[in-house]
Design a binder for this molecule. Sequence first.
Ligand code: SF4
Length: 207
Amino acid sequence: MGWRMYEADSLDDLRGILGDCTRCQLCRSRANVVFGSGNPEARLMFVGEGPGRAEDAQGLPFVGPAGKLLDEMLTSIGLRRQDVYIANVVKCRPPGNRDPLPVEIETCSPFLEQQIKLIKPEIVCELGRVAASLMMDRQIQITKVHGQRFIGPGYYNVPVFHPAAALRAASNLDLLKQDFQSLKKYLEEEQAPPEPPEAEPEQMGLF
Ligand code: SF4
């Protein structure tokens, strides 16, 4: 698929490679690059679409109202922020919180790919349609697949509603709560993650 890889030995190395990134146009309107944060050896990793206003201002993922809800969901299954890792598909805020453009996703997602390779989570939980569609390499309707576990390349994908969507509709919030209970069950099952793909350079792109 022609993804450019950024090989790094650690998340710190990768953050250094990302630097004060100007690889796509989102650099022009951002305040801060939001690399991601959490446990570098997390069993459970969350992937959102991109930073919002609060995240852009603070340089941290999911720190606004949606982040507060994410914290509540984590607490409901006995986890804390420091137990998981949270990152986004694009590391800079799209203006007006629009969806990231395909070229922006293509440019930035190799960094997410490397984060996943370094963290080696058992489960990647996609928060919302954009992240789920990228990670599962097809157009995803969250309403149809949320909370289900799908085999990915070396981990399971579990797409759920974006917390912001859950804040907008009580019905989505109920489903998000249920899906976090499913995440808890999946983690408790300790089912071995699927095998990663063979290291063939032209197929290394996860997305
Ligand atoms: S979105 Fe990603 S590729 Fe684009 S400027 Fe930000 S860090 Fe760089």
